[in-house]
Structures are given as structure tokens and as C-alpha cells.
Design a binder for this molecule. Structure first.
Ligand code: MN
Length: 450
């Protein structure tokens, strides 16, 4: 049985005239959330209030799916209200929420996200951002078009790519995390992290044990930092994980192999919401998921197992999980290479004719080039200057680029043929009446035939 304790704080900030953020702490249902509304007049307030109210009402089951479904219900209700009420037209809201759900090996914490409010987890004094923002800036970051520093001050960092109330349906991000005593979850609107660095946030969360005090201090810092937006913070502490961490540390103490545990970059907290198909290899042993394999994931397989058996089992699972992870990574790499190879085209000779292939000259790994099309252009017709390049294979990023090249080549070939014909015609047409210079090359050519 997991026990949580939560505290919260919200403030209008230093600049705005009203607070369009909403939050909820439904202790009995272990359900917590933050919503950041937007839209003129009262729209933002209405949207965020509707989001928290409807999610609280509809997340009735202890599952991630139920939480997701509740967010979709809220989305549709906000969307319909925005369409029906002129004053509320265009309103929308972000939403982050978490709750305790039933996992295969006991309680888990499920979280969901739409928009740019965030869910963080402080574990072992390290602050990890669990959710990804649905914002323009996040997209640019992911594409490598912005650095973290540039993103933090980007003038359009409030532009969302996803929110509740904007469309009839919405895609809801979410996942589950195995809770351990001492874990501290932070839900917040962008008014916090746009004013307070994650180092500052982590330091407050480490320093102040009371969740309410920590939340208030974070809001105070955001105001001190400028308070240019509404600020809302919910801090949720795992005060009891039902003995999971006690069992885990007992196993760890008995386990010499932890010395070679994965590096600090490995995210121990992620248990995918929808497990990949590879999981079936393990006949439903969900705790063997490749991502949850280190000091947190492996133990929950059977936290109350005998210590004698723990060590061998742990090593076996770790080796197995490592192999699966390796295969997954390999699969992704091979897939990516194959994918990129299949996206390129090249032009070369196929027998005596110019042809288009899909892939790369000579192939990549075991991805052989595929013949796409053979043209009418023969090797002899190709101007000698271009021949070596085509021989080697001329590469293009797309089929249309390759086609454009072939059209150009065809034109050059035609021109070359026409040129030789007109040369012949001028040399022989001195006796004919029509001056060769006035006739276009293409029409001049046939006159020489008879
Ligand atoms: Mn905001």
C-alpha cells in the first residue's frame, strides 16, 4: 500500500491580473493535477477549472488508461463549450496529473501530460523531468535547431503544439513509475520553470521536507525571478511504498553485481505505459522490461523472494535484460540505416541503359539497391563527360530529384543528337532553298533524311 503526502501553492504572479491556473489534490483518490488555462476574457480560467474537475470526476479506476480517458473526456467537454459559448471561443488548457494505479507487482504512479506544464521526479536527490512539453520550442530543441539556453529565452516559448479544448480529440502522453519511499513528484505550470532554474528547483525540493513548504518556496522564488506568469506547484511525496525499498535494499546488500550497475544516465524510473512487444518473450514477466532493469526495476520482480536466490536470479535477469536492450538498440540502428538507405536514390547504368535505383550504390549492410526504373537512354548516348559519374552512381535524396536529373540528361542527349543532325544538315543543305539557320534543330533534322 503506497502512502502519499502532498502540498501545493499557486499565485497570480507579478504581472497578470488573474490566475488562470488550476490545481487539484484529491487525497482520497491519490489523484493530483495542475492545469494552465489560456484564452481571453475568462476562457483560461474556465478551461483549466473544467480540466481539473472533469479529470477528477472521470479518473475512477486505478489505471493509467482510466486517467488518460478522463483527460480525453475533459478535452471534449472543453472543446464543445468553447464552440458553444462566444466568450469562451478559443479557450484551452494544459494538464498534468498523477495518481496511484495498480501495477502487476503492486502500486505504481501513473502520470499524464498534455501541453507544457510539467511532471518532475526527485529521486536520490536528482531531479528528472518525466514529461515532455508539447511546444514549438520543444520541437525545435528536439530537431537540434535550438540549444537548451536558447530555448529558455525563446520569445515564442509559450506556443503550444498540443492542449486540451483545441480539437475534438487529443493525444495524451503518460507512463507509470514504480514508487519508492522518499520519491518526490513535482507538478507545475510553466510559470515556475520559466523563472526558476532546475538546479534551484532541485535544491528547494532537497532542503524543505514539508511538501506544502516546498511548494510555497518554489512559488516565492518564481515571483522573485519576475513572476511574469501565473505560478502553480504541487509536490507529492511517497512517504511509504509498502516495503518495496526495504526489500530492494536487502537484495542490493546481498548483490555484489551492483558494482557494475548501469551508469547514472540510465533512467531507472521509466516503466513504459504500453510495454513493447518484446515483453512477450518473457511470458508476461513485466518486471523484466529492458528499461526497468537496474537497481529499481529488477527487485520488484519478487521483492519478498528468499535472499539466497536473489543473487543468481538478479544476475540472470540483468544479463537477459542487457541482451534484450542490446538487441533493441541494434534493431533500431539497423532499422535507421535501412530506413535512410531506402530514402535515397541513385542513377547508374543497368546493362546498356541508364536506370534509377532505390538505396545506395553498392548497398548498405544487407540492404541491396532496388531497381526502380530503366530509361530509354543508352550508354552511348550519354555525353562522355558525364559517363564516369553515372558509372559510379549519382546519388539523390529523393525520387523526384533523381527524375529531374534524368529529364535534364534526356534533354542533353536530345540536344546532342539534334546538334549532330543540324551540323549534318547545314553542311549538306547549301544546295537546298530553306536556310538552315531559320529552322529549329528538331524540324531541321528530318529534312536531311531524304
Ligand atoms: Mn502559464
Amino acid at each position: 500500500m503506497t502512502t502519499l503526502r502532498a502540498g501545493s501553492a499557486t499565485d497570480v504572479g507579478q504581472v497578470r491580473s488573474n490566475n488562470q491556473d488550476s490545481l487539484f489534490l484529491a487525497e482520497a483518490e491519490t489523484l493530483y493535477g495542475v492545469a494552465d488555462g489560456m484564452g481571453g476574457h475568462q476562457g483560461g480560467e474556465v478551461a483549466s477549472a473544467m480540466a481539473v474537475e472533469l479529470v477528477e470526476r472521470h479518473a475512477t479506476e486505478r489505471t493509467l488508461d482510466s486517467l488518460r480517458q478522463a483527460v480525453r473526456v475533459a478535452n471534449r467537454a472543453i472543446f464543445e463549450k468553447a464552440g458553444a459559448d462566444r466568450d469562451l471561443h478559443g479557450m484551452g488548457t494544459t494538464l498534468v496529473a498523477l495518481r496511484v494505479v495498480d501495477g502487476p507487482d503492486g502500486d505504481e504512479i501513473a502520470w499524464v501530460n498534455v501541453g507544457d506544464s510539467r511532471v518532475y521526479l526527485l529521486r536520490d536527490d536528482k531531479l528528472i523531468q518525466l514529461s515532455h512539453d508539447h511546444s514549438l520550442v520543444e520541437d525545435l530543441l528536439r530537431d537540434g535547431q535550438l540549444t537548451e539556453d536558447e530555448a529558455a529565452v525563446h520569445p515564442q516559448r509559450n506556443i503550444l503544439t498540443r492542449a486540451l479544448g483545441i480539437d475534438l480529440d487529443v493525444q495524451v502522453d503518460g507512463a507509470t513509475v514504480l514508487p519508492f519511499t522518499g520519491d518526490r513528484f513535482l507538478l507545475c505550470s510553466d510559470g515556475l520553470f520559466n523563472e526558476v532554474s532546475s538546479d534551484q528547483m532541485a535544491s528547494v525540493l532537497r532542503r524543505l521536507a514539508d511538501p506544502g513548504e516546498a511548494a510555497s518556496e518554489l512559488v516565492r522564488l518564481a515571483n522573485e525571478g519576475g513572476g511574469r506568469d501565473n505560478i502553480t506547484v504541487v509536490v507529492v511525496d511517497v512517504v511509504d511504498d509498502g516495503g518495496r525499498s526495504a526489500a530492494a535494499s536487502a537484495l542490493m546488500a546481498a548483490d555484489a553485481s551492483r558494482l557494475v550497475s548501469p551508469g547514472p544516465e540510465a533512467d531507472p524510473t521509466a516503466v513504459p505505459a504500453e510495454p513493447p512487444a518484446e515483453e512477450e518473450l518473457f511470458a508476461g514477466r513485466r518486471s523484466s522490461l529492458p528499461v526497468a532493469t537496474d537497481d529499481y526495476g529488477a527487485e520488484v520482480d519478487d521483492p519478498f523472494g528468499e535472499l539466497d536466490h536473489a543473487r543468481t536470479r538478479r544476475i540472470t535477469w540483468r544479463v537477459l535484460a542487457f541482451v534484450v536492450l542490446l538487441l533493441l538498440v541494434l534493431g533500431v540502428v539497423v532499422g535507421a540505416i535501412g530506413w535512410s538507405a531506402s530514402k535515397t536514390y541513385f542513377v547508374t547504368f543497368e546493362g546498356d541503359r541508364v536506370a534509377v535505383f532505390r538505396g545506395q550504390p553498392g548497398g548498405v549492410l544487407f540492404f541491396d539497391p532496388q531497381l526502380e526504373d530503366t530509361t530509354e537512354i543508352t550508354r552511348d548516348e550519354v555525353p562522355p563527360a558525364i559517363r564516369p559519374a553515372i558509372e559510379a552512381g549519382k546519388e539523390f535524396g529523393s525520387r523526384s530529384a533523381a527524375d529531374r536529373y534524368l529529364i535534364n540528361l534526356q534533354t542533353q542527349v536530345d540536344d546532342a543528337i539534334a546538334a549532330t543532325s543540324t551540323t549534318t544538315s547545314t553542311s549538306t543543305s547549301t544546295s537546298t532553298t530553306a536556310p538552315a539557320t531559320t529552322a529549329p534543330p528538331t524540324t531541321a533534322a528530318p529534312t536531311t533524311v531524304p
